[in-house]
Design a protein around this ligand. Structure first.
Ligand SMILES: NC(=O)C1=CN([C@@H]2O[C@H](COP(=O)(O)OP(=O)(O)OC[C@H]3O[C@@H](n4cnc5c(N)ncnc54)[C@H](O)[C@@H]3O)[C@@H](O)[C@H]2O)C=CC1
Ligand SMILES: O=C(O)CCC(=O)C(=O)O
Length: 369
């Protein structure tokens, strides 16, 4: 029965090329000699290689017209800064699109987060994180359908930290008008594109008066340009309570927020929609380049054990295909993935209290294509 889930434009989980925002559109072209697009692929750490393998097998079986270009993003230090190797930068700038597995960050030492480095390097200013219930997979709430758009280049993730004196450190949350404006504008455009009448700015400007205050002010200024979208502002502590009490009250809204709030809220949304991080995809959108990745990390506790749920990376790849205009392939893979999860415990990995392994789940999805 779940083979026949119909993905109407309104129910399609993610941006389709016909209704995506005017900002950050994909402008890549297929190779004229093969008719295929080339996509940069970063496999990632921990469970990265296992879930990447799953995506590749499913794309092969679905005959998606894509050639993968593997990218090595092993960190380099240049002038004391973490950078990624030039061939990877060239590949992503050429292909304009990448799929990325999770990259681990050493705690308190070593290289800076490569995830943040990639977002900075390619100006990926908007991190779109949709969290939506799966039909046939029961969680605490039915019909969760939440969208967070997170500022992706500054805020608490600016990396400006120093020791003032032993025992005293300072970490700077940088908020600029330009970065706020581009992500908030994207949120308005996204809301318009997917037909949601509300944009909610999540903030704490009662305390972060200048930083979050600027973010809220920019949203209010931009609202003049979007008279069809209602702007609301909400303190993050209220959002957390409201979203766990009544997530459906956000189903007609797009939330936009500074970096750290978005990171935390999107994990909350994953828990509410799916009870696992293993299902939630994301898009990092820039003006030219976009990189698609799961919301979760490298899950070192289950790495190499054939236990990882590849769904979040698969749904990220579905977002990517919609972004690239390969909507039919996206729909086919999305339907196969969702119907496998809906089929019961045999079709679900351990994080969803199921019995499947990464590879048996992959085979089941291929069987449903
Ligand atoms: N965008 C990225 O690449 C991100 C990378 N990280 C990095 O990942 C590493 C591990 O971070 P953690 O805080 O442990 O978060 P995590 O997301 O890797 O794991 C949290 C929990 O969720 C489970 N989990 C995550 N993904 C799963 C999947 N696909 N299937 C089944 N279970 C899954 C893990 O087993 C673990 O119990 C760190 O080095 C961190 O810096 C963390 C978040 C995002
Ligand atoms: O880069 C990291 O280690 C974590 C990044 C993260 O949680 C995210 O922003 O998705």
């Amino acid at each position: 029965m779940f083979r026949n889930i119909i993905l109407r434009n309104t129910t399609r989980r993610f941006l389709s090329v016909k209704n995506q925002p005017s900002i950050g559109k994909f402008t890549g072209k297929p190779n004229p000699s093969t008719g295929k697009f080339t996509v940069s692929f970063i496999e990632g750490d921990g469970i990265g290689p296992e879930i990447s393998q799953s995506v590749k097998q499913i794309f092969d079986a679905a005959k998606v017209p894509i050639d993968w270009e593997p990218c090595d993003v092993s960190p380099l230090f240049i002038n004391g800064l973490t950078t990624i190797p030039e061939p990877a930068v060239q590949s992503i700038n050429k292909n304009l699109v990448a799929l990325k597995g999770p990259l681990a960050t050493p705690i308190g030492k070593g290289h800076r987060s490569l995830n943040l480095t990639l977002r900075k390097t390619f100006g990926l200013f908007a991190n779109v994180r949709p969290a939506k219930s799966i039909e046939g997979f029961k969680t605490i709430y039915d019909n969760v359908d939440l969208v967070i758009i997170r500022e992706n280049t500054e805020g608490e993730y600016s990396g400006i930290e120093h020791v003032v004196t032993p025992g005293v450190v300072q970490s700077i949350k940088l908020i600029t008008r330009d970065a706020s404006e581009r992500v908030i504008r994207y949120a308005y455009e996204y809301a318009r594109a997917i037909g949601r009448p509300r944009v909610i700015v999540v903030h704490k400007s009662t305390i972060q008066r200048l930083a979050d205050g600027l973010f809220v002010d920019v949203a209010k200024e931009l609202s003049q340009e979007y008279p069809d979208i209602q702007l609301e502002t909400e303190l993050i502590d209220n959002t957390v309570l409201n979203v766990v009490s009544n997530p459906s009250s956000y189903s007609n809204a797009v939330s936009v927020c500074p970096n750290l709030y978005g990171d935390i809220l999107s994990d909350l949304n994953s828990g509410l929609s799916a009870g696992s991080l293993g299902l939630t995809p994301s898009a990092n959108i820039g003006h030219e380049v976009s990189i698609f990745e799961a919301v979760h990390g490298s899950a070192p506790d289950i790495a190499g054990q054939n236990k990882a749920n590849p769904t979040a990376l698969l749904l990220s790849s579905v977002m990517m295909l919609n972004h690239m205009g390969l909507n039919n392939h996206a729909d086919k893979i999305e339907k196969a993935v969702l119907s496998t999860i809906a089929s019961g415990p045999e079709g679900r990995t351990g994080d969803l209290a199921g019995k499947a392994t990464t590879s048996s789940f992959t085979d089941a999805v291929i069987g449903r294509l």
